[in-house]
Ligand binder design. Sequence first.
Ligand code: ADP
Ligand code: MG
Length: 507
Amino acid sequence: MSEQEKQTGREAQMSNIKAAMNVAETVRSTLGPSGMDKLLTNGNHHIVTNDGVTVLRELDTAHPGAQMMVEASQTQEAVCKDGTTSVVVLAGQMLALSQGLLMRGIHPRVILRSFQAGKSLALEHLESQDIDIIDAAKTALRGKAAESDLEYAADLCLQACTKADGNLDHIRVITQAGGSLGDSYVQDGLVINKEFSNEVEDKSMEGDLNILLLNGGLEGYDFNEVQMQVENMQQLHELKQQELGMLSELASMVAGAVGPQGVVFVRDGVHEAVAHYLSQHGIPLVTRLQQSDMEGLSRLLGVPIYHRIVDVDEPIMASNASVKQERIGDLDFVTVSGEGEATCLVVRGATRQTIEEYERAFDDAIGVTCLAMKDGGKGFPGGGASFSAASMTVREHASTQPNMTARERMCLEAYADALEIIPAAIANNAGMDPLDVVMELRSAEQGVGLFIDDRGVGEICNTLEQGVVEPESLVKQVISSATEVATAILRIDDIMAMKEQQNGMVG
Ligand code: ADP
Ligand code: MG
C-alpha cells in the first residue's frame, strides 16, 4: 500500500481498479495458442511459462486490488485447473469498462447489480454441446510447451483420466528429467521420486504386504534443539547410549509392527541406526515423503496413516500390493501398486525448465480432461466462441428488456462488451486486429469463434469442428469467478492500512 494510511471513496476505488487492471495486462499476452511466454526470474531461478496462475504466483503483488485478482486466478486453478488467464483477463476488462461508467457518474451499486444480472443471463443461455473429450485435452495443451507432441500428450491425459475414472485426486503427475516428451507414459499405481533409504537385498516385494505409513519421523534426540549441561565425556557417552537404547527399542517396535513382508514409509527423517536395524530385518524404508505421497499411498494400499508408532496395535496388511525400487530411465524410483485407485503420469523432458512447463501443462490438461468427463462430455466451442455467444445474449437482452433504466442498460452493455475480450485477446496475440474479429463474430452464428491453426494463422469458423473445445463447467466458472472478483473490487470504497500488518490487506 502507498504511503498514506487511508484511501477513501473514488480514490480507493480507482487505485484498486488500476492495480487489478495491471494484473490483467501482465497476463493478457499469454492468452490463447499464440500467447507469448513469460520469463520469470529472481536472479538465480528462472521459470519460462505461459500459465497465468504461475505468472501471478511469482508476481510481487502488494496492492489489495491486485491480490484479489491473483486469488481469483488461484480459485480457478483449484476448481478447474485451467482458465486461470481467462478469469483475470475477463475481470480486468470488466473493471476497465466500469471505469468509464463510474466516470460518467453511475453509482457502483448499479454497475454491480447489472453485472450480476449479466452473469446470470450469460450462464443461463449458454447451451452446451457434446464434445470429444480428447479435444478438450488438446485445447488445454495448445500454446503450452507440450504442444510439440500434441496428439501424444493429449492421449496420455485421456489414458490417465480414463484409468482414474475421471477422478482427479487419483492422478499424480511426476517429472523425470532426461529423454523427451515422447518418452512420457502412464503407469498404474504410484511412482515416488525416491529410492529406498536403507540397503535391502530384495528390492521388489509383491503380494500381501505389511505397510506402515508413519506421519512423523524415527529420529534420535535433537542435540541442536536442547540445551544441556554436560560435565564430562562420560555423561555425553551415557547420553548417546541412552539415545541408542531408545532408538533400538523404536526400531524393534517398528519391525514388530510390520513383521515379515513389511515396508515402512515415513514422512520425516529416520535415524541411521533405525534404518540399519530395518535393513537387517529385510524391511525396506522410504523416508522424507511428501504429504500428498503419504495420502496417495494410504488410498492406494487401503492402510491408515499413523502418527505414532505406539498407536499401531495390529498388523496393517495391504492385499495384492507391490513395492519395488525400479530404474526408470537413468534414475531409481519406488513404484507402488495396490488394490486402490492411483494412476501416475510420468513426464519426461530434456531440461528442468521445459520439464517444469510440461508438468504445468499436463496438470492443466489432466484437470480439464477430468472436468470434461465429469461434465458428461458436455462443453463449448473454444476460441472465444462461447464468450462471444454469451456477449450477444446479454447485449440482446439489454436492448430488448423494457423495464430497465438507461443506466442499467449501459452497464449491461458494458458487461456484454467485456465478455468479448476473450476472442479479442486471442486475436491480438495472434497478430490479428481484435476489433475486426469481434465484429465478425457478432455477425456470425452460434458456435463460431476464432480458430488459430498450427501455423498461427487465424480463421473465423466453428471451432468445435476444429477440435477446439472447453468443458462446460470451465467456461461457466471463468464467467462467474471473473464477475465475482470484478464486483468485489468495485464494492470496495475504503482501503485502510491495518496497524499490525505492514503491507496490509483490505480491512
Ligand atoms: P487459460 O489460462 O485461461 O486457460 P490459455 O492460454 O490456455 O489460457 O488460453 C485459453 C484460450 O485459448 C481458450 O479460450 C481456448 O478456447 C483458446 N484456444 C486454445 N486453442 C485454440 C486454437 N487453436 N484457436 C483458438 N483459440 C484457442
Ligand atoms: Mg489453458
